[in-house]
Structure formats: structure tokens, C-alpha cells
Design a protein around this ligand. Structure first.
Ligand SMILES: C[S@@+](CC[C@H](N)C(=O)[O-])C[C@H]1O[C@@H](n2cnc3c(N)ncnc32)[C@H](O)[C@@H]1O
Length: 266
């Protein structure tokens, strides 16, 4: 792993320790039986009962375990050892059968064997990845022929705007990919702004075309691409949460894409 990924992993380890106790992730609600998979993800993946599902960048396994509750045979993978250890503990605590693997996503084919009916990933995953072509090859590697890949993610267009500006959308970040990551100073975490965590965040931008072309180059057939004027998390301070839990721009703004979902088959 290069220095950027090592630094990101340290940050994710620190974030995980805060996230497991955060209101944002609401582990207690999950333990009581809440299913935190959103409607777009659930509908996009469809009925997972009895199917094998690989969850990439699973964090500490909450969504992975929600898929297990819906009847999937689940494997979650993440490069944060703190997250994978928390995921294993949580699975034991709630008595769900799940396999969790700790590996850099690009090394996963060396750490995990088998093919899956479904490869799933969502919400806050792509900016951490330096190379989408290699990412797509990992997805293709783990899918059975005919298997489904599904992603729901922040829209690359939305990532160009300043996420610290208190009252307006201002272009701050590039849209197109560059091999050098952007470096940002993390203070707290997206799940707990006040948390005493400080560290460097290295992130890469990827255009929507990059996502699609990487999957096509890896041999996948794109079946559906949807764009939404809301997102799963609060990207800008002035966003408003609707009754279904989605974060939207106030009405005074022109409606722009904030999230996308994509289905592809091998
Ligand atoms: C925002 S989280 C995914 C969130 C998930 N949807 C959730 O809310 O629980 C992003 C995850 O990507 C993982 N990650 C980042 N870079 C990675 C890499 N190179 N290989 C594997 N996992 C990585 C982090 O450890 C983190 O758990």
C-alpha cells in the first residue's frame, strides 16, 4: 500500500472507533432490528435471499449485516482492521452469519476466494480509490457470470462544490481525475463533527464517464444508470433532510445531480 492509502487507513481506523458509538450509525437501533439499507439500494439489488453477496468497502459491517438479515450469504471487505474487527464483534453480538475480510481492495483477489451472485458497494466509497480501472477488475473478478454489480454513490458533479461554504454552491474542486490526490485536513468525522480526530485525508476525483468506462473495460454490461437530486448524506451545510431521510438542496437552488446508482451484469 502506498503512503496515501496507509494514511487513509489510519484515519478510517480512528473514525471507526468513533462511528461505532455515533448517533449517525445508530448501532443500538440496528441491534434492535432496524434495517438501515435505503430504498434505492434495496430496490436496485433486489431480492438477495439465498444469494451470495460481497460488500466492498463495508466499513464496520452494518450494511453487510443488514443484507444478512434480508437472507443473503454475506462477505464484507474493508482495509481498516479496526472496522473489520468491529464488524466481526457486531455479527457475533447479533448472531448473524457473516464473513469479514481485511484487505486493501486492490489486493482482495489474493485474500478472498470464490465468486458471488452480487457485488455491492455504496455511499462514500469512490473518492478513496486511486484507480477505478483496477477497482472494476476486482468487481469483475468476484462476480459469477450473470452476477449483478450495484453501486449507489455521491454524484461526481456534486463533489466539485465547496462543502464548507455555509450558504451557496461554489465550484471548488476539479471534476476530472488526476493521479495525485487532493489532501484535506480532517477535523472530527462526517458522523461526529466534534470528535477529537485530526488527520490527513487523501481523495481522488472520478468523473461519471470514468466510472462507466472502467466497468465496461472490465467486461461488465451496464444495465441502468440513474441520477438523483438528493443524496444519502448531508454534502453541504444548507441541505435539508426530507421525511424519507434523503438530503436535498433547498428549493431556491436549481436541482442538480447529487447521487447516482448503477446496475451492471457480468
Ligand atoms: C464511507 S465508508 C463506506 C460507507 C458505508 N457505506 C457505510 O456507511 O458504512 C468507506 C470505507 O472505505 C474503506 N476504504 C477506503 N479505502 C479503501 C481501500 N483502498 N481498500 C479497502 N477499503 C477502503 C474505509 O475503510 C471505509 O470503511
Amino acid at each position: 500500500m502506498n503512503e496515501y492509502l496507509k494514511s487513509n487507513r489510519e484515519l478510517w481506523n480512528a473514525w471507526t472507533r468513533v462511528h461505532v458509538k455515533s448517533k449517525f450509525y445508530d448501532v443500538e437501533g440496528f441491534k434492535r432490528g432496524d434495517n438501515r439499507l435505503d430504498a434505492i439500494v434495496r430496490e436496485g439489488v433486489g431480492d438477495a435471499r439465498g444469494k451470495s453477496l460481497l460488500h466492498l468497502q463495508c466499513h464496520f459491517g452494518l450494511d453487510t449485516l443488514c443484507w444478512a438479515r434480508l437472507g443473503a450469504r454475506v462477505t464484507g471487505a474493508d482495509f481498516s482492521d479496526a472496522a473489520i474487527s468491529a464488524a466481526r464483534t457486531l455479527a457475533q453480538e447479533v448472531g448473524l452469519d457473516a464473513n469479514f475480510v481485511c484487505a486493501n481492495i486492490y489486493d482482495l483477489p489474493h485474500a478472498l476466494s470464490g465468486e458471488f451472485d452480487i457485488v455491492f458497494t455504496s455511499h462514500g466509497v469512490l473518492p478513496w480509490l486511486p484507480d477505478l480501472n483496477a477497482w472494476a477488475r476486482v468487481i469483475a473478478h468476484f462476480l459469477k457470470p450473470g452476477g449483478l454489480f450495484f453501486i449507489a454513490e455521491g454524484h461526481p458533479t456534486a463533489y466539485i462544490f465547496d462543502d464548507e461554504n455555509p450558504d451557496d454552491l461554489r465550484v471548488r474542486y476539479p471534476y476530472f481525475h488526476s493521479p495525485e490526490p487532493g489532501k484535506y485536513e480532517a477535523h472530527g468525522s462526517y458522523a461526529d463533527r466534534a470528535a477529537d480526530i485530526h488527520g490527513a485525508e487523501y481523495e481522488w476525483t472520478h468523473s461519471l464517464g470514468d466510472v462507466i468506462n472502467a466497468l465496461i473495460a472490465a467486461g461488465l454490461h451496464i444495465e441502468e444508470l440513474c441520477e438523483y437530486n438528493f443524496n444519502a448524506w448531508q454534502m453541504f451545510p444548507f441541505m435539508e433532510q426530507d421525511t424519507a431521510g434523503w438530503w436535498r438542496l433547498p428549493e431556491r437552488f436549481p436541482q442538480i445531480p447529487l447521487m447516482f446508482s448503477l446496475k451492471a451484469k457480468k
